[in-house]
Design a protein around this ligand. Structure first.
Ligand SMILES: NC(=O)c1ccc[n+]([C@@H]2O[C@H](COP(=O)([O-])OP(=O)(O)OC[C@H]3O[C@@H](n4cnc5c(N)ncnc54)[C@H](O)[C@@H]3O)[C@@H](O)[C@H]2O)c1
Length: 333
């Protein structure tokens, strides 16, 4: 096992609880927690951890080996860049940022400082993805369809498009990141969203879509679809990715099972999960710190910028009547 790291965590909301749980399971010390809401920080903090209401104070006061940033996307850049400028590795929750400008600043900060930075797209870290890529071998991927349907927490920033980028960015970008990992770069996207509320029929709704279909055209000629829906609490969830190649039909079951099944040629495939991808993503980040190999993480900032650009192209398509949007339009803007 890796030497225990002294970790400072910034942003003590929903996902922070999972990070603290896994970090402690892996034997690391979460020594300080910051949230602008001190009660939240206190609730997430392990016994003995010091509590801060401002991340600047946490970075100034603590002797740390790494920093976790799990604030809402509009608040990723400032703490992540400040930590890296102090030479600290950063595990940054996905999406890398709300805007491309912030994302580029984060990538540049990690490169300037030469520190490890991982972006928390944990599906990218599933063993099933490795099995899937090995099963495909050199066959070209022709067609992919991903399903992400289910309830989630209605955090205030998530309900505002300007804060979270809606379901496309907050939830859909997991699928975009995964499909990019399988089929390579996306050239253009097209989105249609339902005008009928699902989850938002039960709450004070925001200005975001509840469900959308995304079509992706990949540079290699493949086509992908993402079926994305935020459904009412208590409804069942479905999370998966199916992939077709000339002689492969593969089904990757995502949360919570993370299994791969299907057929390649006439060989049946069945692979199960050994380690949860959330834990693998964190363990790989820690290994990359120890080996000083920033590119060894599952999702680098540069990789996450491409996923963000794809998600922003989807958002542009949605807001501009479903037109086909080239990802290059977003990257060059
Ligand atoms: N990997 C995953 O599966 C997954 C799941 C959920 C959320 N996320 C990501 O994690 C991040 C946080 O999401 P969440 O669901 O935990 O949100 P949340 O709203 O539950 O928690 C965010 C916390 O950050 C705090 N905060 C806001 N601005 C801050 C600042 N400047 N300094 C310190 N604290 C600040 C808030 O008070 C809040 O407690 C987002 O980027 C989100 O996309 C990832």
């Amino acid at each position: 096992m890796a030497d225990p790291l002294r970790i400072g965590l910034i942003g003590a909301g929903w996902i922070a609880t999972d990070h603290v749980f896994v970090l402690r399971k892996l034997g690391h010390d979460v020594v300080a927690i910051c949230d602008i809401d001190l009660e939240r920080a206190a609730k997430v903090a392990p016994e003995g951890a010091r509590i801060y209401g401002a991340w600047e104070e946490l970075l100034e006061a603590e002797e740390l080996d790494a920093v976790w940033v799990a604030t809402p996307p509009l608040h990723h850049r400032a703490p992540a860049v400040a930590a890296m400028e102090r030479g600290l590795p950063v595990f940054l929750e996905k999406p890398i940022a709300r805007t491309l400008e912030d994302a580029v600043a984060i990538a540049e900060a990690s490169e300037r400082a030469g520190v490890v930075c991982a972006i928390g797209y944990q599906w990218h870290a599933t063993e099933a993805l490795e099995h899937l890529m090995a099963a495909l071998g050199d066959q070209p991927v022709a067609y992919l369809w991903g399903v992400s349907v289910g309830p989630t927490a209605a955090r205030s920033w998530f309900l505002e498009r300007s804060g979270g980028g809606g379901n496309l960015l907050e939830r859909g970008s997991h699928q975009l990141d995964l499909q990019r990992a399988v089929a390579g770069e996306v050239e253009s996207v097209q989105v249609a969203a339902t005008g009928i509320h699902l989850a938002q029929s039960e709450i004070d709704p925001g200005d975001i879509e509840d469900a959308a279909t995304i079509t992706l055209r990949f540079a290699n000629g493949a086509v992908g679809t993402v079926i994305l829906a935020w459904t009412t609490q208590g409804q069942p969830g479905a999370y998966s990715l199916d992939v077709l190649a000339p002689s492969a039909t593969l089904h990757l079951k995502l949360d919570p099972a993370f299994t791969l099944s299907g057929q390649v040629g006439d060989v049946r495939i069945k692979e199960t999960m050994v380690v949860h991808p959330f834990e693998r993503a964190i363990a790989r980040f820690v290994d990359a710190i120890e080996a000083a190999t920033p590119n060894a993480v599952f999702c680098t900032p540069r990789d996450a910028i491409e996923t963000l650009a794809t998600a922003l192209a989807c958002e542009r398509s949605l807001l501009e009547g479903g037109r086909i949007v080239e990802v290059a339009e977003v990257l060059e803007a």
